[in-house]
Design a protein around this ligand. Structure first.
Ligand SMILES: Cc1cc2nc3c(=O)[nH]c(=O)nc-3n(C[C@H](O)[C@H](O)[C@H](O)COP(=O)(O)OP(=O)(O)OC[C@H]3O[C@@H](n4cnc5c(N)ncnc54)[C@H](O)[C@@H]3O)c2cc1C
Length: 384
C-alpha cells in the first residue's frame, strides 16, 4: 500500500497543467458549440483525450488511477477542460471500448480520441430516474436497422456531442434483463432533442425523443441482458465525475487559503482568526480523505479491470458531500465576494452540487453500500 504519488504521476499532472496554460487557456472563454469543439480538438493534439482508452485505438492506455489524477488537475484549471477529459476518457465511450465490436471501436473510439466526435449517455427517463431499470425506451430490430421509440431527460452535452449511447429495452419481459444499449447518431431519422434546460451551474440538460428512430444495426452495442455490464463500466464514469468534484474542491480550497492570507479585518489577516483556521483545516482534512477514497476505488480496477462497486459507492458518498462542504466553506472564507459571480467560487459550488444527484444519488449509493455490508439484495421495489 503506497499513499504517495509516483514521480511519473506527478509528471503527468504537471504536463497536463502545462498544456492547459500554454495551449488551452486562451480557448476556454468561447463556450459556443464550435468553440467547445475547437477546444476538444486542441485537447486531442495535446494528448488529453481518451486517457485510459486502448492505445491500439488511439487512446493513451493510462491506468484508471492516473487518468483520474489528470482529470482532477484539468478540472482545477477549468471545468470545461476537466469535463471534456472526463467525458472522453471514462464516459460513455468506456462501454464501447469494453464491449464494442472491432468495427465499433474503429468507428467511435478512434475519432473520439482525435477530438472529432463525442458521445453522451442517455439513461434517465421521466419515470425512470433512480429506478433506472424502469426505463421504457424500446428497441426492435427491423432488417438492417434497429428502431427506437421513447424519450430520455437530463442528458448532458447533447449539443456538443454527435452521438448518444442510449440505454433501451430489447425485450418485453419488463425485467432488467431486457436492457441493452444503442449508439444513436444525432442526425438519425426520428431523433430530436430539446433546446436544453439550464441547471444551476449554467450547463444545459437535454430531453431526447425517439419516434421510430432508425439506426443501422451495426450501432447496437449490447442487445439485452446487459444492464449489469453497462453499470460495471459506468463505475469508471462515476469515478471520473468524482475526480472532477475533487478538482473543483481543491481549486476552491486553494483560492480561499490564498485569500485568507491577503484579506485584513480588525487590523489582521483573516487567517489569524481561529474561526477561519478551523474552516481551512476542515477543508483540507475532507479533501485528503476524499482523494484517498477515490484513489482506493480506482486502484481496485488494477485487479479486475473495472472499479469495484462497493469502493466506488463509498468514495461517491464521501466525495460528493465533502466537495459540497469544501466549496461552501470556501465561499464563507471570502464573505460577500465569495457569493458574487465576480469570483469563481459560486460557480464551483453550483457545479459540485450536481454530484450528489447524477451518477446515482447519494441515497441510492447508500442503499448499495447497505446491501453490500448486510449481504442482502436490498430491493427498493414495492412488493406486489
Ligand atoms: C448535472 C446533472 C447531469 C446529468 N446528466 C445526465 C446524463 O448525461 N444522462 C442521464 O441519463 N442522466 C443524467 N442526469 C440525471 C441523473 O442521472 C438523475 O437525476 C438521477 O439518476 C436521479 O434521478 P431523478 O432526478 O429522477 O430523481 P428521483 O429518482 O426522482 O429521486 C428524487 C429523490 O428521491 C430519492 N430516492 C429515490 N429512490 C430512493 C430510494 N430507493 N431510497 C432512498 N431515496 C430515494 C433520491 O435520492 C432523490 O433524493 C444528470 C443529472 C444532473 C443533476
Amino acid at each position: 500500500m503506497d499513499f504517495q504519488l509516483t514521480d511519473r504521476q506527478k509528471e503527468l499532472m504537471d504536463a497536463a497543467k502545462g498544456a492547459y496554460e500554454r495551449k488551452l487557456a486562451p480557448l476556454v472563454a468561447d463556450t459556443s458549440v464550435e468553440g467547445v469543439r475547437r477546444l476538444r480538438r486542441a485537447m486531442a493534439e495535446q494528448g488529453l483525450l481518451g486517457l485510459n482508452l486502448p492505445p491500439e485505438h488511439g487512446g493513451l492506455g493510462l491506468p484508471l488511477l492516473d487518468t483520474l489524477l489528470v482529470i482532477q488537475t484539468l478540472q482545477a484549471c477549468a471545468p470545461i477542460v476537466g469535463g471534456l477529459c472526463h467525458r472522453t476518457s471514462t464516459g460513455a465511450i468506456g462501454a464501447v471500448a469494453e464491449y464494442g465490436t472491432p468495427d465499433q471501436r474503429a468507428r467511435f473510439v478512434e475519432p473520439l480520441c482525435r477530438g472529432e466526435i463525442g458521445i453522451s449517455i442517455g439513461i434517465t427517463e421521466p419515470e425512470a430516474g433512480s429506478a433506472a431499470t424502469a426505463l421504457k425506451t424500446r428497441a426492435r430490430i427491423e432488417g438492417d436497422h434497429v428502431v427506437l421509440n421513447g424519450s430520455k431527460q437530463f442528458v448532458s452535452f447533447v449539443n456538443i456531442n454527435e452521438f448518444t449511447l442510449v440505454y433501451c429495452r430489447f425485450g418485453t419481459s419488463g425485467k432488467a434483463s431486457d436492457i441493452g444499449a444503442v449508439i444513436v447518431p444525432h442526425d438519425a431519422p426520428g431523433f430530436r432533442h430539446s433546446s436544453g434546460t439550464l441547471n444551476m451551474a449554467d450547463e444545459l440538460l437535454f430531453e431526447l425523443y425517439f419516434d421510430d428512430c432508425r439506426v443501422p444495426k451495426e450501432n447496437v452495442l449490447l442487445d439485452g441482458g446487459a444492464f449489469g455490464k453497462l453499470i460495471s463500466v459506468y463505475n469508471a464514469e462515476r469515478l471520473g465525475s468524482m475526480a472532477r468534484m475533487l478538482g473543483s474542491a481543491r481549486a476552491s480550497y486553494e483560492y480561499a487559503l490564498a485569500y485568507s492570507k491577503e484579506r485584513r479585518q480588525f487590523g489582521r489577516e483573516i487567517c489569524d482568526f481561529q474561526g477561519i483556521q478551523w474552516m481551512l483545516a476542515d477543508m483540507r482534512v475532507k479533501l485528503d480523505a476524499a482523494h484517498l477514497l477515490v484513489m482506493r476505488a480506482a486502484s481496485t480496477a488494477q485487479v479486475t479491470g473495472l472499479p469495484a462497486p462497493l469502493e466506488t459507492s463509498i468514495a461517491k458518498v464521501f466525495t460528493a458531500k465533502a466537495a459540497k462542504e469544501i466549496c461552501d466553506d470556501a465561499i464563507q472564507v471570502l464573505g460577500a465576494n465569495g457569493y458574487t459571480k465576480e469570483y469563481p467560487l459560486a460557480h464551483r459550488y453550483a457545479e459540485v452540487r450536481g454530484g450528489s444527484i447524477y451518477g446515482g444519488t447519494m441515497q441510492i449509493h447508500k442503499n448499495m453500500i447497505a446491501a453490500a455490508i448486510l449481504e442482502r439484495e436490498n430491493s427498493q421495489w414495492k412488493k406486489a
